[in-house]
Design a protein around this ligand. Structure first.
Ligand code: PLP
Length: 374
């Protein structure tokens, strides 16, 4: 193995996707694998291929740059790109048959202008804000967006493929906003119908709703974190059928004996209690290891769970392994599926005060991804 690496299990991504696509299929819904942010840190192209092999019919990304990376790799599945702001050149995406999510009249008009210049029909998914308070037209602004879309459809410059929205609290089953957002979404679909906008594909569900809310599956579910084997909320949304795809590991760079009372790492926030062995692990916040995990992050080394001694630095941190026989080159596992007793991304999220999404997504470009499985 390399000095440090994120091992990505493509069989796990494929199997997780197959499981989620099975849930969606029970509601006659298709499955979009969300591979934004470099596939939540797992690598967009390999993750996309594994998800397609597992039965995803669509891919979802934020930016057109992310969509074009998939097209350049030769992936020809339907792709939706949903976060392109004013002035973004969406022309290359339109030419590459990438669908665009549009939340406002202005962005709809920019998509149409690009489509006209490319002599293509823009494939649009109109986004309604059903309560998240993020992107999407408010119910008050929704009719204007529909009027503009219907006009473009009549002119042949755009085709409304989808109408969609996004949940705020689907990871808290029973949260009252869930039913409220569903009701607003259904109403928005009726309003669209009255404006002559008849989308083929209505979509609302993220991972949490895919796992817990069949009535929100509509025609397509957008599964992100779950295809990588993580639960959107481990405390409330059990996802035992899923297998975490990423294992982050590194080799001990130096192991050395030090006396009692030795300060460790910047600020000397940790001191050795007795003569002991310190093991240096070459991963730090420059690689996405949260500095908030200083004196807290769990690591498996030499068959035991250890806790980071002192501060996480930019490129490295230290473990105090006592008198255990640890040598240079030994493998330290920060997180993985848990099979070997290693911590999970969920545990790292807990100690760093964040969510598993952020733990895997922020693993930096300096850490090579190595792929196992088909
Ligand atoms: C990121 C994202 C998703 C996927 O969410 P998960 O919770 O990871 O499943 C779905 N839809 C939109 C609009 C997103 O931004």
């Amino acid at each position: 193995m390399l000095q440090a690496e994120a091992v990505v299990d493509l069989d796990a991504i494929r199997a997780n996707t197959a499981y989620l696509a099975g849930l969606a299929a029970e509601q006659s819904a298709a499955t979009m694998a969300v591979v934004k942010a470099d596939g939540y840190g797992h690598g967009a192209v390999p993750s996309a291929r594994a998800a397609l092999a597992g039965g995803a019919g669509w891919l979802g990304v934020a930016t057109v740059g992310e969509a074009l990376e998939l097209r350049t790799a030769g992936i020809d599945a339907p792709i939706l790109s949903w976060l392109n702001g004013p002035g973004t050149d969406v022309g290359p995406a339109v030419r590459a048959s990438v669908d665009l999510g549009v939340p406002s009249v202005r962005l709809l008009e920019e998509a149409i202008t690009a489509a006209k210049a490319a002599d293509r029909t823009a494939r649009l998914h109109l986004k309604v804000d059903t309560g998240l308070g993020r992107s999407g037209a408010t119910p008050a602004d929704w009719p204007d967006l529909l009027v503009a879309a219907a006009k473009a459809q009549a002119e042949g410059t755009a085709e409304v493929i989808g109408v969609w929205s996004h949940f705020a609290c689907a990871d808290e089953p029973g949260h009252p906003s869930i039913a409220a957002q569903l009701a607003v979404f259904r109403e928005a679909l009726e309003v669209a119908d009255r404006h002559g906008v008849h989308p083929q594909i209505r979509h609302l569900a993220n991972s949490a709703a895919t796992l817990t809310l069949p009535e929100a599956h509509f025609d397509l579910v957008r599964a992100g974190v779950s295809i990588y084997g993580l639960s959107p909320n481990p405390a409330q949304v059990p996802a035992d059928a899923l297998r975490p795809a990423m294992t982050l590991r590194a080799r001990v760079l130096i192991a050395k004996r030090v006396p009692a009372g030795h300060g460790v790492s910047y600020g000397h926030t940790y001191h050795t209690a007795a003569p002991t062995t310190l093991a240096l692990v070459p991963l730090g916040y420059g690689d996405g290891i949260p500095r908030h995990a200083s004196s807290a992050g769990p690591v498996l080394l030499a068959g035991k769970r250890r806790t980071i001694a002192g501060r996480v630095c930019m490129d490295q941190f230290v473990l105090d392994v006592g008198d255990d026989p640890v040598s240079e080159g030994d493998q330290a596992i920060l997180f993985g599926p848990g099979d070997q007793g290693e911590p999970t991304a969920d545990e790292w999220a807990d100690v760093a005060g964040t969510i598993n999404y952020e733990i895997v997504t922020r693993i930096g470009a300096r850490v090579p991804r190595t792929y196992v499985g088909a």
